[in-house]
Design a protein around this ligand. Structure first.
Ligand code: ATP
Length: 504
């Protein structure tokens, strides 16, 4: 049964006609409709997607979520056929699609900017793609033909009905609101019955109220159509509300693929925890199985399997902290710094020692009050640190001079010869950022800043496509241009062995 037969059935409640012959085996809902295998995309020497693999199940509402510039749109454009991968292959229903042009792929895209034809009315905008389409028909002269006017009218009217614009066919598209224009764009994309609908921030241009309404309607459309939706957004709330599955991306690398609740409750790393919802993220040490130490206290937790005294990230959601009046009742005593009413709860910042906890509670404690914070083991989420040291490949270029990331840094080189290739290990606390880019050995841009309890962990991206992680007392803003300096005394050098690197 085609998508539109299905829609027709849903909307008219007519009984479906009996099939004339046994239906071909329909693909199963739980199988992968799209397989993305080892996709890398490089633009002008910059790796935007890095060896990314992903399976997308038939019929699911999958959201690609991540900060601006993480590669979401690029991935969507690769599936649509507007870009070709530098490496890797994408399969749709088992067929490799790299050589197949966009219009021959069983996908259609809805963009943030509606891109409607301004000189055509709503009906003609939706009908446009159908008029160009050739369909197989064994009774036709060449075994194929164009749609008839009546077929086009039926399909367009059904698509308009699905997006709630059945009476708008005659309207000039310029006379429609933003939300209505976006519905026309969706009708235009689904009228050709794609197997996969790609949606690139389709609600991004709408105001908040319209956006919320469209979120609900898109979800309904997904249920009615039964096809696969791949939805791109940087809005975590939107992703959590709408998706069956969320793929969190950062820097062209998948951080986590899970159902919304799991992503929220069990983020895999500090990046996901920070990006999805409010979080308290602290640095801690796993003393032994079931015992975590942070902010100078040892607390029971439910995690095990870490190395003894392994450094970890600790994530605690603001709503999981029990806040009570006065000192001495919980694990940390503190003072309320601010309190803001957020509609159904108060969000308070509580200074405990050197750390500012974000706490949410239905009971308010006024700024200035002394409070106690209690955190039960179940609410302490322990995460492996993704990286513990910066690592680069460099060359000894002089006595106490090592070049890497296109800069010559002053680092003790005893035991090495000029010309030696070396692995350079730079601890996070050995990097210094400077306001003035010229003061650094190399320049970079700030891409992330996470508060970890007593310091900020900042990530910067150099002009040579390398990341530096820095532990610093200073807060830096996203996209700030900075200079990078290094305390050479803290840096460790090792002889570079390409074979060993390869094996790693
Ligand atoms: P946003 O939410 O801001 O749209 P995104 O996650 O969708 O971001 P992409 O649009 O995929 O990110 O871009 C990822 C990176 O690739 C960005 O740094 C972008 O500048 C770069 N990029 C994308 N397309 C091109 C291109 N055609 N040529 C060069 N660089 C590109």
């Amino acid at each position: 049964m085609s998508i539109f037969d299905k829609i027709k059935k849903i909307f008219t409640k007519e009984p479906a006609p009996a099939p004339e012959k046994p239906a071909a085996p329909t693909p199963k809902k739980g199988e992968n409709i799209i397989e993305i295998k080892g996709i890398t995309k490089v633009f002008d020497g910059v790796t935007v997607l890095d060896n990314l693999s992903l399976g997308i199940k038939r019929g699911q509402f999958v959201t690609l979520l991540g900060p601006s510039g993480c590669g979401k749109t690029t991935l969507l454009r690769l599936i649509a056929g507007f870009e070709t991968p530098t490496e890797g292959e994408i399969f749709i229903e088992g067929v490799p699609i790299t050589g197949i042009p966009p219009y021959k792929r069983p996908v259609n895209t809805v963009f943030q900017k509606y891109a409607l034809f301004p000189h055509l009315n709503v009906f003609k905008n939706v009908a446009f793609g159908l008029k160009l389409k050739t369909i197989k028909d064994p009774t036709a002269k060449k075994g194929e033909r164009k749609y008839t006017k009546a077929e086009i009218a039926e399909k367009v009217n059904l698509a308009l009905k699905l997006v709630g614009l059945e009476d708008y066919g005659h309207r000039d598209v310029n006379s429609l609101s933003g939300g209505q224009q976006q519905r026309v764009a969706i009708a235009r994309a689904i009228v050709c019955e794609p197997k996969v609908l790609l949606l690139d921030e389709p609600l991004g241009a709408l105001d908040l109220k319209m956006r919320k309404e469209m979120q609900i309607e898109l979800k309904k459309m997904h249920e009615n159509l039964g096809i696969t939706f791949i939805f791109v957004t940087h809005d975590q709330e939107e992703a959590l509300t709408m998706s069956d599955m969320i793929v969190v991306l950062n820097d062209g690398v998948i951080q986590q693929i899970d159902r919304p609740k799991k992503i929220y409750d069990e983020p895999k790393n500090a990046f996901v925890a920070d990006f999805i919802g409010e979080s308290n993220i602290l640095s801690g040490v796993m003393e032994k199985d079931f015992v975590i130490s942070f902010l100078g206290k040892s607390l029971p937790c439910v995690d095990k399997g870490f190395e003894k005294n392994e450094k970890v990230d600790v994530v605690i959601r603001p709503e999981d902290i029990k806040i009570t009046d006065g000192a001495g009742n919980g694990h940390f005593d503190g003072q309320v710094l601010t309190s803001v009413f957020k509609g159904t709860y108060y969000e308070m910042i509580v200074l405990a020692g050197e750390y500012e906890f974000t706490v949410q509670s239905q009971v308010e404690f006024r700024p200035g009050s002394t409070v106690s914070l209690e955190i039960v083991p179940d609410s302490i989420h322990i995460m492996k640190k993704i990286l513990t040291i910066n690592k680069y490949i460099g060359k000894v270029t002089g006595e106490n001079a090592v070049t890497f990331c296109n800069g010559e840094f002053s680092i003790p080189t005893a035991g090495f010869e000029v010309g030696d290739d070396v692995v350079v290990y730079v601890p996070f606390d050995a990097v210094e950022l400077t306001d003035d880019e010229e003061d650094g050995v190399i320049g970079a841009a700030v891409t992330q800043s996470l508060y970890k309890g007593t310091y900020y962990q900042v990530q910067v991206y150099t002009d040579t496509d390398e990341d530096f992680y820095i532990d610093t007392a200073d807060e830096w803003d996203m996209d700030d241009r900075v200079g990078v300096k290094i305390d050479g005394a803290k840096v460790r050098l090792e002889k570079y062995d390409p074979q060993e690197e390869e094996a790693e």
